[in-house]
Design a protein around this ligand. Structure first.
Ligand SMILES: NC(=O)c1ccc[n+]([C@@H]2O[C@H](COP(=O)([O-])OP(=O)(O)OC[C@H]3O[C@@H](n4cnc5c(N)ncnc54)[C@H](O)[C@@H]3O)[C@@H](O)[C@H]2O)c1
Length: 305
């Protein structure tokens, strides 16, 4: 199949593009190498991969002959109140609107990377897809807007699309702003970790290889117009993750407490009944094994530097 992966120099996109190529697909990546975090890390992620430098907002989007687009490009991170909001509007809403319309014109299927952030502090746990979305962060609101754009393009322009709501993905090359990546780098470098909130916030942590499997399955066999939660099988609090990583690393993490940051949900917990039934997907990686892989990657990287 001919595929395009947007955001292919990012954390999840680079894993996905590599997996597609390994399976023999004809796949290329598009990425603008934005500076949300150090673009040098994105160069590292994309090393050896066919990633074109392209901005979804400004550049021509040529999708003729492309069977499917995995749309992962965007501005991530829930800390999105204030002066940064226009960036979220640009990289999420404007970029997605252009991409979806180009895909509808070309007849390419789109799998869109939305987020558990659309649920906010959800009305039920584990949270099924039909729960009423109530995002707490401007980021979550832009992702929800993108979901609605996809649905409008489906109804009005004939777009074939599937929405995935990713729940906190982790593993090698995780974005450096994410909590587990920050914990790992503090452990590797022997620095204190700034913990926002009391650490009892919990997440359905999802290992990146499992997220990639779900994403490819959604392209291959997802129901047109369906939304699927992509969430790990085990939920853990941040304090539990700190403990597990400390044990794996054989080191004690010094924790400096900071107030909770706005936009952060207290809990995310994925109800994965629908994706299990429709796609036969289930998370395969335990938190212990996944964190070991992330720790090993980070420790090796520092040792090699
Ligand atoms: N990592 C998670 O836990 C998680 C959870 C929920 C949703 N998501 C979503 O999944 C997607 C991938 O997340 P990630 O953690 O790999 O993020 P990431 O920041 O590592 O990757 C996103 C990539 O998109 C690129 N990009 C941004 N704006 C662009 C534009 N206008 N044109 C082209 N490229 C552009 C960036 O340069 C970046 O490389 C994002 O859309 C994110 O919102 C991620």
């Amino acid at each position: 199949m001919r595929y395009v992966v947007t955001g292919a120099a990012g954390f999840v996109g680079s894993h996905l593009l590599r997996a597609l190529l390994e399976r023999g697909h004809d796949a290329v990546g598009w990425d603008a190498f934005t500076d949300y975090y150090d673009p040098a890390l994105k160069e590292e992620n994309a090393a050896g991969l066919p990633v074109e430098r392209l901005d979804l907002v400004d550049d021509p989007l040529e999708l003729e002959g492309v069977d499917g687009v995995f749309h992962l490009a965007g501005q991530p991170g829930v800390r999105s109140f204030g002066a940064v909001f226009p960036v979220y509007v640009r990289e999420n809403i404007l970029a997605t609107q252009r991409l979806l319309e180009a895909a509808a014109r070309a007849g390419s299927r789109v799998v869109f990377a939305s987020s558990s952030s659309v649920y906010g502090d959800a009305e039920t746990y584990p949270t099924p897809e039909q729960a009423v979305p109530a995002p707490l962060s401007p980021y979550g609101i832009t992702k929800l807007a993108c979901e609605h754009l996809a649905s409008a393009c489906g109804r009005e322009l004939g777009l074939d699309w599937v929405t995935l709501r990713y729940f906190t993905i982790y593993g090698p090359r995780q974005r450096p702003d994410m909590a587990l990546a920050r914990i790992v780098s503090c452990l590797v470098e022997g620095r204190p970790f700034e913990l926002y909130g009391d650490g009892s916030q919990s997440r359905s942590f999802t290992f990146v290889d499992d997220a990639v499997e779900a994403t490819i399955a959604a392209m291959e066999r997802g129901r047109a117009g369906a939304t699927y939660n992509v969430g790990g099988g085990e939920e853990a609090t941040l304090l539990e993750a700190i403990e597990t990583l400390g044990r794996i690393a054989g080191r004690r993490l010094e924790v400096v407490r900071r107030p909770r940051r706005e936009g952060d949900a207290r809990r995310t917990s994925a109800d994965t009944t629908r994706i299990r039934a429709d796609l036969g997907w289930a998370p395969a990686t335990s938190i212990e094994r996944g964190l070991e892989a992330q720790w090993r990657w980070a420790a090796d990287r520092v040792a090699a530097a």
